[in-house]
Design a protein around this ligand. Structure first.
Ligand code: 5GP
Length: 176
């Protein structure tokens, strides 16, 4: 980690513009309805905070926290909820807000679990999408940016709990 280098991938200005556009599109799509926004902790908290302040439809918020089990560095596909929603979602218009879709394993499992609770609708908004890394088919309904493979931090995203505070999204190189 001593030699880790950081390079800006998306500046705060670029992010702000895109998040405002996304919020506008979501507001149009949900016109006349109230959204229950489900944020996936911890990485999505800054994106979610910016996104909901751009909405022109009413929303309430709740959070889930998930843990993915790994065999070495490879995800085993076993995803568990370590902090569940506090709100019943049956009959609600639910929008999951996540930081990154990478292999797709976490979100496809979360969608499966939440769908069983019979929401009126269930969609996913992902800030970043690393499409080239998919191991299971998964398409988010709303995507902020599609990015190439590489480990990113900032704007809520961490490496060992560091870098979340950075206003830009940065590529972290040479991590051990
Ligand atoms: P998936 O199940 O799609 O492989 O995993 C998605 C999760 O892995 C994300 O919610 C995020 O927590 C983590 N992740 C994947 N790629 C990155 C990355 O480049 N940077 C950070 N900080 N987390 C990542």
């Amino acid at each position: 980690m001593a030699g880790a280098e950081i390079e800006i991938l998306l500046t705060k200005a670029v992010i702000d513009r895109r998040v405002r556009k996304l919020a506008g599109k979501i507001s149009r799509d949900y016109a006349g309805r109230e959204i229950l926004i489900v944020g996936v902790l911890k990485g999505a908290f800054i994106f979610m905070a910016d996104l909901i302040r751009g909405l022109s439809v009413p929303c309430s918020v709740d959070f889930v926290r998930l843990v993915s089990y790994h065999d070495g560095s490879v995800s085993s596909g076993d995803v568990r909820i370590t902090k569940d929603l506090e709100t019943p979602i049956a009959g609600r218009d639910v929008l999951i807000v996540e930081d990154i879709v990478d292999t797709g394993i976490t979100l496809s499992r979360l969608v499966e679990v939440l769908r069983e609770r019979k929401p009126a609708s269930l969609k996913v908004c992902a800030f970043l999408d690393k499409r080239a890394r998919r191991r299971v088919p998964f398409t988010a309904d709303y995507v902020g940016f599609t990015i190439p493979d590489g480990f990113v931090v900032g704007y809520g995203l961490d490496y060992n709990e560091k870098y979340r505070f950075l206003p830009d999204v940065c590529l972290l190189r040479d991590i051990a």
